[in-house]
Design a binder for this molecule. Structure first.
Ligand SMILES: *[C@@H]1O[C@H](CO)[C@@H](O)[C@H](O)[C@H]1NC(C)=O
Ligand SMILES: *[C@@H]1O[C@H](CO)[C@@H](O)[C@H](O)[C@H]1NC(C)=O
Length: 410
């Protein structure tokens, strides 16, 4: 037995060395015969090279971003890629006759959407659904550099709103804070997958306001997600008719939010994130703002509860896309299919959305803590249609279904 194994391994080793020798000679052959720029250089060519003219087409390197990236080439390739990926896209819902009408660089107007929410409310999942649409440029959390605070008014509001408008217009100048923060926090860029495709090889591209602006202007769909700005302030953006932005307010049961924030001490001790009183005051403020904005700007604001999205991802996504003027594409179907069943741990992982997730708090949280949240959140929960748990056995029982209908009064 042993002998036979030996015999086979000798044969194998022999075969392998023959192959290696053959491959090696082939390689050197090629290297010798290849029209190598240096060997062809005569005096005339030499001068032309010095003039900067490209004499021989260079082989395309495996990593095109070694050395200094050719920005015009990246833009040209991206332009072509977007066109190709959207060649079967149904533009009817967008209201545009042709793709160029949605491109800033052709003088068109992109479809813009902004998700407004708070930490641990399912925005990563929702944001990634929108980013699954081909040709989407994802402005991910413009206010990461503000750390763990809520923007509710002065002193941050003015600058925050002009940042949002600038980004949605693909105008990234005067955003030093944003780029400086990104230099040490790449996740600010990496969620924007189409931008990151280039920056991952050459990080400087992502810190370059001019490249970012030019790249951004190629994309017909522009989405943004923000967890640090309250809805009331969004009026300023809705008023801007040129922007023609649509806003999605994403709300989640405060008990689910707080349970998710407890995980790994997500944001302790920042009060804006850690105190249920502040979370629920924001929920009330958002409710009032939602009523007013829906009245003032009909069809420009949609309200979603995270639980509905997690329980009925496909139906809810269809409703959302209809509102935003987007068409469902195979890539979105694929995203929903692959992200709504599997469970993988990780703080900002979206692989965790399943039917159990919205109500996990029922079996994880102490009733004492739930009672504390419910006391601080009674009004917010009534407004947004979340039922109280009366005691521990009620909370964990199957009969207790935390959701009920709600409506936004104007
Ligand atoms: C595009 O969508 C519209 C509206 O849903 C539909 O009437 C039309 O048939 C679709 N066009 C194509 C080519 O699928
Ligand atoms: C818990 O609350 C339910 C619903 O109000 C009630 O029927 C039940 O008796 C309560 N159980 C205890 C142990 O207090």
């Amino acid at each position: 037995m042993l002998r036979r194994v030996n015999f086979y391994s000798i044969c194998f080793a022999f075969g392998l060395s023959v192959l290696l020798i053959l491959a090696g000679s082939r390689y050197t052959d090629n290297a010798n015969n290849r029209p190598y720029p240096e060997s062809r250089r005569n005096i005339r060519n030499f001068f032309r090279i010095e003039d900067g003219e490209e004499l021989f087409p260079q082989p395309i390197p495996t990593n095109p971003y070694d050395g200094s990236p050719n920005i015009d080439k990246i833009l040209e390739k991206t332009r072509g890629k977007i066109k190709l990926e959207l060649s079967n896209y149904n533009l009817t819902h967008s209201g545009a006759k042709k793709l160029e009408n949605l491109l800033l660089e052709s003088g068109g107007k992109p479809l813009r959407s902004v998700i407004i929410s708070t930490w641990r409310s399912g925005t990563t999942f929702l944001g990634d659904i929108l980013n699954a649409v081909p040709g989407n440029f994802y402005h991910y959390e413009p206010f990461l550099s503000y750390e763990i605070i809520q923007i509710r008014g002065p002193p941050q509001a003015d600058k925050a709103l002009s940042t949002i408008k600038g980004m949605l217009n693909c105008d990234f100048k005067d955003m030093e804070d944003y780029f400086t923060y990104g230099k040490s926090h790449w996740h600010q860029f990496s969620h924007n997958t189409r931008l990151w495709d280039h920056c991952k090889y050459k990080k400087e591209l992502c810190f370059d306001a001019e490249f970012t602006s030019r790249f951004c202007r190629l994309f017909p769909f522009q989405s943004m997600k923000i967890v640090r700005l309250r809805l009331r302030l969004v009026r300023d953006i809705l008023e801007d008719h040129e922007l023609n932005v649509k806003v999605v307010l994403l709300i989640r049961d405060p008990r689910g939010v707080m349970q998710s924030r407890q995980h790994r001490g997500f944001c302790q001790p920042a009060p804006d994130c850690w105190q249920p009183e502040l979370l629920c005051a924001d929920m009330i403020s958002d409710y009032v703002a939602a009523g007013r904005l829906q009245q003032q700007y009909p069809n420009r604001l949609m309200v979603l509860r995270y639980e509905e999205l997690a329980l009925e991802p496909t139906t809810t996504t269809l409703r959302l896309f209809k509102f935003l003027g987007l068409s469902l594409t195979p890539a979105v179907d694929e995203f929903l299919h692959s992200h709504t069943n599997i469970e993988v741990a990780g703080v900002s992982s979206t692989f965790r959305v399943s039917r159990e997730v919205p109500f996990r708090w029922k079996s994880v949280l102490d009733y004492d803590y739930v009672e504390e949240i419910q006391m601080a959140c009674k009004e917010a929960m009534e407004l947004w249609g979340y039922r109280m748990a009366y005691n521990k056995s009620h909370m964990v029982s199957k009969e207790f279904y935390p959701l009920e209908r709600y409506s936004i009064t104007q």
